[in-house]
Ligand binder design. Structure first.
Ligand SMILES: Nc1ncnc2c1ncn2[C@@H]1O[C@H](COP(=O)(O)OP(=O)(O)O)[C@@H](O)[C@H]1O
Ligand SMILES: CC(=O)N[C@@H](CCC(=O)OP(=O)(O)O)C(=O)O
Length: 258
């Protein structure tokens, strides 16, 4: 089986123009089939604040009312996604931008309102791989934003880490799938203020301990939950770290193990 790399980039890479540009230049050079998934939560938060729209995050997920849904659609599917696609084109990578509504690639359903009503936030129900596979075979690179749809005309906000793991799982029977979560830290840190405290391996057992001791909080919770969910569903490799981990074996990062 061929290897498919699913690479997710988080807010801190997207926020800084120079960091994003340099990442995309390197990303374009990755050989073989690949899919990019991007977040952009921090940019959405700052635009919402400028527009005096309340921002509420619970356990790393955004409460999404109608106004917030408009903002995130403009930011994720519009500004960020199209900017990334254009930059990849400039580097000779034939990227195609997606929300889950495009080509019905990712259908979701609204999150249950109990215990927390997240509003227009969706949990993934189905990733349709056929169209994506055609594109991959044609050497195109799908680029996903953090938006899905319910099949009834409603867009839904979906955590980008979740999109990356669900896409990786959907392809796990046709490719050896490798899932990389890239952000500004070298991995999961034992002490978030100490860049050298990278935990090189986390198993589901040690994850519980890290959660209980408060090392894993906020946005790190959906990230780690998605890592283990992917491993339990036949994704071959899951890593968290800086983008350098994609290009060299020298750099420290966190590897997740069942
Ligand atoms: N133990 C930890 N190790 C690494 N990063 C952590 C840790 N605890 C909190 N963080 C913070 O969590 C952030 C990642 O979560 P999130 O805001 O969802 O970012 P992303 O956009 O990468 O998904 C990092 O920017 C980091 O500052
Ligand atoms: C439901 C939900 O929380 N969606 C996320 C989607 C963006 C995201 O995941 O962005 P990062 O990866 O940059 O954090 C949000 O709106 O923040």
């Amino acid at each position: 089986m061929k290897t498919l790399k699913i690479i997710k980039i988080g807010g801190n890479i997207i926020d800084t123009e120079a960091v994003l540009s340099s990442f995309l230049k390197d990303f374009a050079t990755i050989e073989g089939p690949k899919i990019l998934v991007h977040g952009g939560g921090k940019l959405a938060t700052s635009l919402a604040q400028q527009l005096n729209v309340d921002v509420t995050m619970i356990e790393g997920r955004r409460i999404t009312n109608a106004e917030t849904l408009d903002i995130i659609t403009m930011v994720y599917a519009g500004k960020i996604n199209k900017n990334i696609v254009a930059k990849l084109q400039a580097h000779g990578c034939n990227a195609v931008g997606f929300t889950g509504a495009d080509g019905n690639t990712i259908r979701s359903e609204i999150r249950p309102v109990i215990p927390i009503d997240y509003g227009f936030a969706g949990d993934v129900v189905k990733v349709e791989t056929a169209l994506l596979e055609l594109l991959l075979n044609n050497k195109n690179t799908p680029v996903f934003s953090a938006i899905t749809h319910d099949g009834k005309g409603q867009l839904l906000n979906t955590n980008a880490d979740t999109i990356a793991s669900e896409v990786a799982i959907a392809f796990a029977s046709t490719y050896v799938t490798e899932l990389y979560y890239c952000f500004e830290k070298q991995g999961v840190l034992r002490d978030v203020t100490d860049a050298d405290s990278v935990i090189e391996t986390i198993t589901s057992m040690t994850y519980q301990e890290l959660k209980n001791s408060g090392v894993i909080v906020a946005g790190m919770l959906p990230k780690l939950d998605n890592c283990f969910y992917a491993l339990q569903n036949k994704v071959a490799k899951v890593c968290i770290g800086t983008p350098e981990m994609l290009f060299t074996t020298e750099t420290k990062h966190t590897t997740l193990q069942k």
